[in-house]
Ligand binder design. Structure first.
Ligand code: GDP
Length: 495
């Protein structure tokens, strides 16, 4: 069945993201679609002429990148707001980079067209310079002209979102058990931990037992964005859920599980747990991976004091001869290191290079928490020298790998252009998001990560030995008979 698209609004500060979100929301309420009182639950769903759309209520990149950093993909479409009287600004470019990096289509909303100084075609030209060309100009990006203030062009924008969604053919299976992603959470004095989830497949039902990480909960109540109590929430719907045993974090996945699965999790909780956190990546590790041929790109975020140095550093780094490895600059700009840089680096497994700038204490703490490495330099050749040193393996840290399970590929098939390995789990267990080594004829061929894990079309948090499952693998040459060894990496920090 078709599901409604989930949209995040991004753009530079003051370009009208908040007002646009409010305007869209109010249009619906004014139209008297339901008698409820709007509640802030982190997202809301509206009814447009030709369908429904869910909007994430926090505009900007931080929520988006925080999600992506956890491997969660909630947003189907990004609406990029650009003020018609201002034009492309640093955060506009960041938003474009974030959306592109995660493969989410962008619709450009040129806002504030009510202002006499607005110049929509100038914006089209500027945005085109960043690779987003209006359909009218022969490109493939949808542009809409709006005024959030005067509520102009909103219907057209909603229509275009639905048109874009149609091209994405977003669907869900109502027979599947529900799963979704936490987008916001809080502790309510009376109710305890409360989390908003966007259901992404199946139907979440009242009294369903669920797992978030290894914590089990039960849906005690579900409340939608207009305060209605729901018994069921289907894919695409944002709902506030009561019944968590601990406070869930934004970006974590919620899976409906069976009683047997709940028992296994409870049993495992009593036993010592291994961490399944993605291994933290550092410059040294990255180069180790490069040396091993696993990584062909070095993703960097570069922040410098002035833009001239930024360009100089970027071009010097790009010219480094690194065994055919390309340096991929995810984002570069001048000014301090920002929270979203860390989340972006985490999401892309990249590192941050700061030049002539020092991260603030809070940024340092956040980087530490998220496991993102920041390298700061004051002299260009030092930056380059260190990267070369790392490339020579002088700084290679010890990485201990712990196997968690083993599966054999029985059949390979393609679903929606993604490769799925139909597997039988021979030993241990296979976990969502775990790393896997692909072994053929006793020889390891490549190391990669599991992108999805399903049983009978349903996403599951893990699969135990003796069970068949479908494992999404981003490796086009996977073959029947290959063995997948799932593992976690535990790094020993070098002091
Ligand atoms: P955000 O920082 O992107 O969330 O921007 P806001 O929604 O807070 O808007 C910034 C300012 O621009 C506010 O003073 C808004 O009233 C104003 N604004 C937003 N949209 C429009 C618009 O369509 N026309 C005009 N004239 N002003 C707008």
């Amino acid at each position: 069945m078709q599901r409604s698209p989930v949209v995040t609004i991004m753009g530079h500060v003051d370009h009208g993201k908040t007002l646009l979100l409010d305007a869209i929301r109010n249009t619906r309420v004014v139209e008297g679609e339901a008698g409820g009182i709007t509640q802030h639950i982190g997202a809301y769903k509206i009814k447009a002429k030709n369908g429904e759309i869910t909007f994430i209520d926090t505009p900007g990149h931080s929520a988006f990148t925080a999600m992506r950093a956890r491997g969660a993909k909630v947003t189907d479409i990004v609406v990029l707001v650009v003020a018609a009287d201002d034009g492309i600004m640093p955060q506009t470019i960041e938003a474009i980079n974030h959306a592109k990096a995660s493969g989410v289509p962008i619709i450009v909303a040129i806002n504030k067209i009510d202002l006499p100084s607005s110049n929509p075609d100038k914006i089209r030209q500027q945005v085109a310079n960043h690779g987003l060309i209006d359909e009218k100009w022969g490109g493939d990006t949808i542009f809409c002209e709006v005024s959030a203030k005067e509520k102009r062009g909103l219907d057209n924008l909603l229509e275009m979102i639905l048109l874009q969604a149609e091209m994405l053919s977003l669907s869900y299976n109502p027979k599947n058990k529900g799963w979704g992603t936490i987008i916001e959470s809080r502790i309510d004095k009376g109710l305890g931990p409360v989390g908003t989830i966007i259901v992404q497949d199946g139907v979440l039902k009242i009294r369903d037992t669920f797992a978030v990480s290894s914590n089990i909960g039960r849906v005690r109540a579900m409340i939608d964005d207009i305060g209605r109590r729901l018994n069921e929430a289907s894919a695409g719907t944002p709902v506030e859920v009561l019944g968590f045993s601990t406070l869930p974090e934004a970006g974590e996945r919620l899976f409906v599980i069976s009683k047997e699965e709940a028992d296994i999790i409870l049993k495992e909780k009593k036993e010592p747990q291994m961490s399944f956190e993605k291994p933290k990546i550092s410059l040294e590790e990255l180069f180790k991976k490069i040396e091993e041929g696993e990584v062909k790109e070095l993703p960097l975020i570069i922040r410098t004091d002035v833009s001239g140095t930024c360009e100089a550093l970027c071009s010097s780094l790009k010219e480094l001869p690194l065994n055919n490895v390309s340096i991929k600059i995810l984002h570069s700009g001048c000014g301090g290191i920002l929270e979203q840089d860390i989340m972006f680096a985490k999401a892309a497994n990249g590192i941050i290079i700061g030049f002539h700038i020092k991260p603030s204490a809070s940024i340092k703490a956040l980087a530490e928490k998220e496991g993102v490495k920041i390298y700061t330099y004051d002299i260009i050749y030092e930056a380059i020298e260190e990267i070369e040193k790392a490339a020579l393996g002088l700084l290679a840290p010890k990485v201990e790998l712990k196997g968690i399970g083993r599966a054999i590929v029985k059949k390979v098939f393609k679903i929606e252009k993604k490769l799925i390995a139909g597997c039988f789990v021979e030993g241990g267990k296979i976990e969502q998001g775990a790393k896997v080594k692909i072994i053929r004829g006793g020889e390891p061929i490549i190391e990669t990560s599991i992108t999805s894990l399903k049983r009978f079309k349903e996403d599951v948090p893990f699969v135990k030995a003796g069970v068949e499952c479908g494992i999404g693998i981003p490796y086009s040459d996977i073959k029947e008979g290959d063995v997948l060894e799932a593992f976690v990496a535990i790094k020993e920090e070098k002091s």
